[in-house]
Design a binder for this molecule. Structure first.
Ligand code: IDP
Ligand code: MG
Length: 137
């Protein structure tokens, strides 16, 4: 059974969208197996987004994700990684289809409401950044 990491980003938390986002994933049959609310520090933000180091938006992205508390969650299901990426929609909300989380709620390419791991390998690494094994059901 596949697992993925989902983050409910500061823009979603501020607009009281946490329940809506969790509900959309649950309605697709994904099972919540871990959940926590936390303020991401700069070191964790840089690890999460290490692949984007040096890009023009990197510093802004690190500051944004560590600017206010977020929810980190692990969802489990068949093909969970791909299923969640599909439910999230394109990175840029302006290009995300209606009915996707980013298409419906994203503000702009940075403040795009949710994070979801983009591969099974990255999901495993990202889950380890936020959860220890005994925090996952
Ligand atoms: P993803 O979240 O859809 O996987 P990535 O390309 O991995 O997209 O980018 C990670 C995050 O960095 C995005 O979700 C978004 O918050 C931010 N981001 C991506 N591209 C830009 C940009 O061009 N300007 C500002 N922020 C960006
Ligand atoms: Mg990505």
């Amino acid at each position: 059974m596949e697992r993925s990491l989902v983050l409910i980003k500061p823009d979603a938390m501020q607009r009281r969208l946490a329940g809506t986002i969790i509900s959309r994933l649950e309605k697709q049959g994904l099972k919540l197996v871990a959940l926590k609310m936390l303020l991401v520090d700069k070191a964790l933000a840089k690890q999460l987004y290490a692949i984007h180091t040096g890009k023009p938006f990197f510093n802004g992205l690190v500051n944004y994700i560590s600017s206010a508390p977020i929810i980190a969650a692990v969802f489990e299901g068949e093909g969970a990684v791909g299923a969640i990426r599909k439910l999230m929609g394109a990175t840029d909300p302006a290009k995300a289809e209606a009915g996707t989380i980013r298409g419906d709620f994203g503000l702009d390419i940075e403040h795009n409401t949710v994070h979801g791991a983009d591969s099974v390998d990255n999901a495993e690494e990202e889950i380890k950044l936020f959860f220890s094994e005994n925090e996952i059901s």
